[in-house]
Design a protein around this ligand. Structure first.
Ligand SMILES: [Zn+2]
Length: 291
């Protein structure tokens, strides 16, 4: 059971969730003892291993519940942060993520996000986020996202929608941009053209558009970070990023490439230092290079 602790002065909270320390990683053998192949690395998110996860709550694709055949699968997190915590498995592939897979599969992932948001929205504030790459906080490498419901009475200290500036790309329904208030190098936001909505209001017709700009944004960031001029960001070999979908009204999706480490100054002051001007970042992403 998660415990919520308020700060004595500000509106901030901390969640004390002791069960998180017991979660598995790819480094530990996951097969139950006595099982064939004991001691080998086994991914509980790969098709055929459905019995290693809690029973699923949602799937897109074929096959019976808790067996293979799915395209996207959603299960309760075995090691929850809060009382409702789900894992959205991006695809049957153990390695391919949004930047590599067919865009139709990305649409299925966003369909799952939207549907699970709708299912949980009456129960609290629905946070959907992804930690891609071990350095970004993922404990298993099989690409997945998470959905956490935070009770409505817990104040969230979250950045709200910023004015749209430094546009990178747009299509019929969405705009990709680098807001002036960017805290991280090559931070990218995706916002719907019609403001004032919650993520659960995204229509079936808008989902492919959203999947398209999302995949484009990640590809553009990956190209920019692999440019020799950005060698200081040390992302040449592995692409590490987080993204999340804002939980409330005026939703947006925020992608944060983890090109730098936060250090003492930021931790002690709450002030972010961004070494990449967002206007330059947007030009770079748009052209695929720096002129
Ligand atoms: Zn896997």
């Amino acid at each position: 059971m998660a415990k919520y602790v308020p700060d004595s002065k500000t509106q901030r909270w901390v969640i004390i969730s002791g069960s998180r320390t017991k979660r598995p990683s790819d480094e530990t053998p996951l097969r139950p003892s006595g099982f064939e192949g004991q001691g080998k690395k086994v991914c509980p998110f790969c098709p055929g291993n459905e019995s290693l996860t809690p029973p699923e709550v949602y799937r897109i694709g074929a096959g019976a519940a808790n067996g293979p055949g799915w395209d996207v699968r959603v299960i309760p997190n075995k090691f929850p942060i809060t009382d409702i915590h789900e894992v959205i498995i991006h695809s049957p592939s153990d390695t391919e993520d949004i930047e590599d897979m067919p865009v139709g599969q990305v649409t299925k992932i966003f369909t799952a996000y939207r549907d699970r948001y709708r299912t949980n929205q009456e129960l609290g504030q629905v946070m959907i986020f992804c930690n891609h790459g071990l350095g970004a906080g993922a404990s298993l490498t099989h690409p997945h996202s998470q959905l956490v419901v935070v009770p409505n009475q817990i104040n969230l200290d979250a950045v709200e929608m910023e004015p749209i500036t430094n546009i990178v790309e747009e299509n019929t329904n969405f705009i990709t941009h680098c807001p002036d208030f960017s805290q991280w190098p090559f931070e990218v936001w995706i916002a719907p053209k019609v403001p004032g909505k919650r993520f659960g209001e995204v229509t079936d017709g808008e989902l492919p558009d959203l999947a398209g700009v999302m995949q484009d944004a990640l590809k553009k960031i990956q190209v920019a970070l692999s440019d020799p001029k950005n060698a200081m960001f040390h992302q040449a070999d592995h692409f590490i990023y987080n993204y999340y979908i804002y939980h409330g009204k005026n939703w947006f999706l925020r992608i944060i490439p983890r090109a730098i480490h936060r250090a003492g100054f930021e931790l002690g002051t709450g002030l972010s230092v961004n070494v990449m001007d967002p206007t330059m970042a947007s030009e770079w992403l748009k052209r695929g290079k720096l002129e």
